[in-house]
Design a binder for this molecule. Structure first.
Ligand code: FO1
Length: 321
């Protein structure tokens, strides 16, 4: 059975995984999920990217939004607001709250996040093995201008992304705690045993980049004997969704499919897929020592996404040969 390891962020990663499962239903898929987006609110631990993968693959996602639960209501949020308790800018729904309550309760009882995630997945049956990148606390912060002080301040990634809508310049992206974090149980083992490693069209800085920032993960991907293939989240010089261009600028990377491939670099990735509109970038990427193909990369539906996943696996076979 083919063992595939995917380093995934939230919406882009989750939708890609749905296509991958459809393309290779018999494969054993391990997902290493980003936890740098995690936030503690109202005394609860919220893991947006793990939950987005779990709900999307388990059939509980709000499809149009791409995050949060389907059939959601917001009574708890409204009641909290009536007490003047915020933040109001982060939309936690009633059904979603239950997930965070169970998670926080289990963590309080001494279970590591990896065990909690496994327990939550018992309900959702996502059809993949979902591992957090680490059981340790890592929180991505973004350095922005401080309108009041005239200097700069660090804000939580969710505040930058959701409240500020990435509308102010990001000067630096800091995965706080990453340096001291250890990969969660199973992460390095999965990478060592992988037949193929995939980087979905997730954010290269705050999703895949944060996973790679956990000591040992980048090294394990680079040392992997399995082909490592990525799919560009940038199509026609703009992010397919989200605001990846804003955080790419913070790390000095141009918002192009070729620049993201070079950012990962040939030590990490063996193959790279760009969209057909970026076919002109193929020679650039290949000149950097990365095998590159141009194929349609818009995840318009599960079938289109499955074709992307199949192309990524075909490129993996090509680099392996
Ligand atoms: N994204 C938003 O744009 N607004 C929200 O209010 C919001 C709430 C939210 C709650 C739970 C959850 O799992 C995700 C949520 N997201 C929300 C998505 C999230 O902020 C980001 O898209 C990811 O962290 C980036 O991968």
């Amino acid at each position: 059975m083919q063992r595939i390891v995917v380093l995934a962020g939230g919406i882009g990663g989750a939708r890609f995984l749905r296509g991958l499962k459809s393309a290779v239903p018999d494969a054993e898929i391990t997902v290493i999920g980003n936890t740098g987006d995690d936030i503690h609110l109202f005394g609860l631990k919220v893991c947006p990217d793990l939950d987005t993968v779990m709900y999307t693959l388990g059939g509980g996602i709000h499809e149009e939004q791409g995050w949060g639960r389907s059939d959601e209501s917001f009574a708890v949020k409204e009641e909290l607001a009536a007490y003047g308790v915020g933040p109001e800018w982060f939309g936690l729904g009633d059904r979603d709250f239950a997930t965070h309550i169970v998670r926080t309760q289990m963590i309080g009882a001494g279970y590591p996040l990896s065990a909690v995630t496994e327990a939550l997945c018992d309900r959702w049956q996502p059809g993949v093995r979902l591992l957090p990148m680490t059981d340790d606390r890592v929180e991505t912060h973004v350095l922005v201008d401080d309108a009041d002080g005239g200097g700069r301040k660090a804000v939580h990634f969710q505040e930058y992304w959701v409240r500020l809508r990435a509308s102010v310049p990001a000067h630096a992206i800091i995965p706080v705690g990453a340096e001291e974090a250890k990969p969660a149980p199973g992460v390095l083992e999965a990478l060592a045993a992988a037949d193929v490693v995939l980087f979905p069209p997730s954010n290269p800085v705050v999703s895949v980049g944060t996973i790679l920032a956990v000591p040992g993960v980048r090294e394990a991907v680079a040392a992997s004997k399995a082909p490592v293939v990525g799919l560009s989240p940038i199509v026609g010089d703009a992010p397919v969704r989200g605001m990846a261009d804003k955080v790419l600028a913070a790390v000095g990377v141009e918002s192009t499919a070729a620049a993201v491939a070079r950012h990962y670099g040939p030590d990490l990735i063996d193959g790279w897929l760009v969209d057909t509109v970026d076919a002109g970038a193929v020679p650039d990427v290949e000149a950097a020592g990365i095998r590159c193909r141009a194929v349609p990369l818009m995840m318009t539906d599960v079938d289109a996404t499955a074709r992307m996943a199949a192309e990524a696996l075909a490129l993996a076979e090509e680099v392996r040969a």
